[in-house]
Structures are given as C-alpha cells and as structure tokens.
Design a protein around this ligand. Structure first.
Ligand SMILES: Cc1cc2nc3c(=O)[nH]c(=O)nc-3n(C[C@H](O)[C@H](O)[C@H](O)COP(=O)(O)OP(=O)(O)OC[C@H]3O[C@@H](n4cnc5c(N)ncnc54)[C@H](O)[C@@H]3O)c2cc1C
Length: 254
C-alpha cells in the first residue's frame, strides 16, 4: 500500500504510531481567494503588522486576488480546529492589523477555497513498514517555506514507481527508494526556522529593519546576488536507471 495522504496523513499515524517527530516552523498561514479591486496592481504586495502578522495580496490570472495571512508564533493546535474556529481566530488576530485587513477578512468570510495550516515538517525515521510505504508530504513534508514540496512529491513518486517496476522484492525496492530520496529530502527540510521570524517581525523596530534590508537587497547592483543566495538547484537522485514514462500518443490526443 502506498500512502500519499499529505502532511496530516491519518494512515501514517495508524501504521507508524508516534514515529513522526514533527519540526514546527512557528508559522500559521491561511490562503484564500478574494474579489479583485481597482487598486490591486500586478505586483505581489506584502504588509507587515506588529506581533508577527503579515498580509499579502497577489492578483492571479483569473481576475481575482489571492490573499495570504500569516502569523509567526508557536503552535497551539490550531490545525485541528474546525474552519469556523480558524476563521474566528484570524478575524480576532487581524482585526486591528491595519492596511487592507478589513477587506481581506471580509473576503475570507465569503471565500469558498479557504486553506489553513500550522506549518510543520514531517520527520519519519523510516518510510516503509512491511508492505506499506509513505511518499510525498505524508513521508517528509518540507512545508511551503522550502518551495520544493511538489518537486519532492513528483520525484519521490517517480523513484518509487521505478523501483517497484524493476523488481518483485518489496523490502529492497523500498530501501533503494529511501536511499535515493533521503539526501534530497534532508536538503529540502534544511530550511532555517529563522526565516519566518525575519519575514514576520514582532515589533515596529523589527519591521523597520526588515524593510531597510529588503530595500538594500533590491538595489539593481545587489539583486542578482541576493537572488542567488536564496535559490539553488536541489540535489536530485539519479533518475537514469528508471524507465522513462511513455509520452502522449495520437490516440490519447484524439
Ligand atoms: C500554500 C502552499 C504553497 C506551496 N507552494 C509550493 C511551491 O511553490 N513549490 C512547491 O514545490 N511546493 C509548494 N507547496 C508544497 C506542495 O503543495 C506539497 O509539497 C505537495 O502538494 C505534496 O504533494 P502530496 O501529493 O504529497 O500531498 P498533497 O498535495 O497534500 O495531496 C494529498 C492528497 O491526499 C488526500 N487524502 C488525504 N487522506 C486521504 C485518504 N485517506 N484517502 C484518500 N485521499 C486522501 C488529500 O485530500 C490530498 O488531496 C506548497 C504548499 C502549500 C500548502
């Protein structure tokens, strides 16, 4: 059985009880879509309020605007609350945040794609037990902060499929899969916890320092090097031993 249920996998907890040692990133996030308004420009706008709160607005290609709320704080079980409780929590937390908070909260209450999570990495000592194997976020969620979760999920599925197709010995296939994927996963999970703190300061002074640092980093002379600092090629496993998936044929396209 392949378990690919995402970060909150219930089957993982049934098959590997207590084995996940999550790394909490001290960041709670909510994403949802709100109506576009005239002053939403093409840029992704980010607003910091005190106490680790931030609001971001990003116009999408569908004529609407993607809103994100985040709060830098230790986890308090909010991921297990129901949606009404999560929305009430955000309403209370952001009611005095300023900028476009009221518009965003109103949009949140009318949105039909509300997503909420308390960010944590999944850390499993083993990804298989008997005939059961974990993959994707269920095995190793790196959180959206790593920006590589989808790549890891697709690569992991490809490696696992390649190993299973290549032999009938499940323990060997699972061991090879784990050996191939661990370095890339560990690199992806290496994202420092200081990142959310730096991007969501608690005090006015911290917000001022962040904005000054971002202003300096965005100077044309520094922009290229600042970009290099934050983007790097992941250490991908060698995919050459696995057969290539067949491409689309005319019959599929007909
Ligand atoms: C806000 C946000 C932004 C992100 N940005 C990026 C990014 O820019 N780049 C990037 O690479 N990654 C990004 N990620 C991470 C990426 O989305 C995930 O790492 C990736 O989706 C993991 O894929 P998955 O298939 O393992 O899990 P999921 O995408 O979580 O899929 C698991 C699926 O299993 C379903 N499921 C759960 N339990 C059961 C069950 N018992 N039976 C049947 N189905 C079940 C769930 O409903 C879900 O549909 C982001 C994530 C978030 C939340």
């Amino acid at each position: 059985m392949i378990v690919a249920e995402g970060v909150g996998s219930a089957t993982r907890e049934l098959v590997f009880p207590g084995e996940n040692d999550p790394r909490w990133m001290d960041l709670t996030i909510a994403y949802f879509t709100i109506p576009r308004q005239a002053d939403d420009d093409r840029m992704w706008r980010w607003y910091n309020a005190t106490n680790g709160r931030s609001i971001s607005l990003r116009p999408d290609t569908h004529g609407t605007t993607r809103a994100m709320l985040s709060i830098q704080k230790p986890p308090e079980g909010e991921q297990d609350w129901d949606v009404a409780q999560q929305k009430a929590f955000l309403q209370e937390t952001f009611s005095d945040a300023g900028w476009q908070a009221q518009r965003v909260l109103e949009g949140m209450n009318n949105s039909d794609d509300f997503y909420f999570d308390v960010l944590r990495q999944v850390r499993m000592p083993n990804w298989s037990k008997g005939r059961v194997v974990l993959t994707g976020d269920a095995a190793w969620c790196a959180t959206p902060l790593a920006g590589i979760g989808a790549t890891l999920a697709v690569t992991g599925a490809y490696v696992l499929a390649g190993e299973l197709a290549g032999q009938n010995d499940l323990p060997s296939a699972f061991a090879n899969y784990e050996k191939a994927m661990r370095p890339m996963v560990e690199e992806g999970q290496g994202v420092p916890k200081i990142g959310p703190r730096l991007m969501n300061p608690q005090s006015r002074l911290g917000i001022g320092l962040l904005h000054t640092a971002l202003k300096i980093a965005s100077q044309p002379a520094l922009r290229k090097n600042a970009g290099k600092l934050f983007s790097r090629e992941p250490t991908a496993p060698d995919l050459s031993p696995y057969p290539k998936a067949p491409g689309p044929t005319n019959s599929h396209l007909a």
